[in-house]
Design a binder for this molecule. Structure first.
Ligand code: NAD
Length: 328
């Protein structure tokens, strides 16, 4: 298969591209390198054809040539940028996705879309009954969030809205034009080759900050919980969706590590302190807009086809090893 990976220099894009190349597929990467540090990820996918360009420009998409499928990862992936630059965020995430879908319609190819749990409004997610424990919040009645239709309500953050527009367009292109699209609403994806910063990619950001002895700022009390999915496990799912597109087309999934791979921010700091054998300096600040106190994906249905292999402790240890190499 010849696959275009938009945002293919990024963390998820380059991880997916690497897997596809390893399994004999041809890969084209389109990226404008707006994310600091990602240019280094091109070294891990030297066999891919790299097109420096913007998903919003038809001419740049055309330069990628004819492909059989698109894995659409390019985006502004963070909430804080969307709060200060809502127009640019919308232009990239919503407008850019529409351009990618039009390109796919012209080629009649499938599209795997990177959506997010932020399409679910905070008032909905935070209304799920909670218990407060010493190091984390826990949902008291459910283990994971399963609904995929409950996207109304507020607040989402501009990022949540722009990604939701892209998400709905992907579904619409399947319904109206029969374009084979798959929507993956992902929670926390982490791994090596993730140049995490405070605004996005918190696990890698915590690891880099701890190694550099920098204070970590936590928004809220640190008991917020996320289910964590190792990037390479996600790449395995995307490859499956591409290969079995007739089974997966038109579907919407909540994708994450599930309950057994969940961690709170405080638990992550505690794990890092033990792994690095040092005290980490932490500063607590007010909660961020539209933050979820707990978000854990229900991956029960998906487990019929795929399941996460890497647990957070194993993953964070690998991340530490990689980050030490980067900082050398
Ligand atoms: N990492 C996560 O935890 C997570 C969770 C949920 C959803 N997502 C989604 O997954 C996707 C990938 O995220 P990531 O963590 O790999 O982020 P990333 O920033 O590492 O990758 C995004 C890539 O897109 C590129 N890009 C941005 N705007 C572009 C444009 N207009 N044209 C071409 N390239 C452009 C960037 O340079 C970057 O290389 C995003 O759509 C994000 O919203 C990520």
């Amino acid at each position: 298969m010849k696959v275009l990976v938009t945002g293919g220099a990024g963390f998820i894009g380059s991880t997916v591209a690497r897997r596809l190349l390893d399994h004999g597929h041809e890969v084209v990467v389109l990226d404008n390198l707006r994310r600091k540090g990602v240019v280094r990820n091109l070294d891990r996918i030297p066999e891919a054809k790299f097109v420096l360009g913007d998903i919003r420009r038809e001419a740049d998409l055309n330069r990628c040539g004819k492909v059989d499928a698109i894995v659409h990862c390019a985006a502004n992936p963070g909430v804080p940028f969307s709060l200060s630059n809502p127009s640019e965020d919308f232009s990239i995430n919503a407008g850019g996705t529409l351009k990618v879908l039009e390109f796919a319609r012209k080629l009649d190819c499938s599209v795997i879309y990177c959506s997010t749990n932020k399409v679910y409004p905070a008032d909905l997610i935070n209304s799920i009954p909670l218990k407060e424990k010493a190091t984390r919040y826990e949902w008291s009645e459910i283990k994971g969030f399963q609904q995929t239709s409950m996207v109304g309500g507020r607040p989402h953050s501009p990022y949540g809205v722009s990604k939701l527009v892209g998400d709905l367009y992907c579904q619409e292109y399947f319904s109206v034009y029969g374009l084979p699209t798959v929507v993956n609403r992902m929670s926390c994806i982490y791994g090596t080759h993730q140049y995490g910063v405070e605004e996005q990619g918190w696990v890698a950001h915590f690891v880099f900050s701890a190694l550099k002895n920098q204070t970590i700022r936590i928004f809220g009390d640190g008991k917020q919980v996320r289910d964590m999915l190792w990037g390479e496990d996600l790449a395995e799912l995307f490859e499956l969706e591409l290969e079995k597109i007739n089974k997966f087309k038109g579907s919407v999934w909540n994708v994450g590590g599930g309950y057994e791979n969940s961690m709170s921010l405080l638990e992550c700091i505690d794990f890092l302190e033990k792994a690095l054998n040092k005290k980490i300096s932490v500063n607590f600040l007010p909660w961020r807009v539209a933050d979820h106190k707990v978000y854990i994906s229900d991956i029960g249905d998906l487990k019929k086809y795929w399941k996460p292999k890497t647990n957070p402790k194993e993953g964070i240890n690998r991340l530490i090893k990689w980050a030490k190499e980067v900082l050398k």
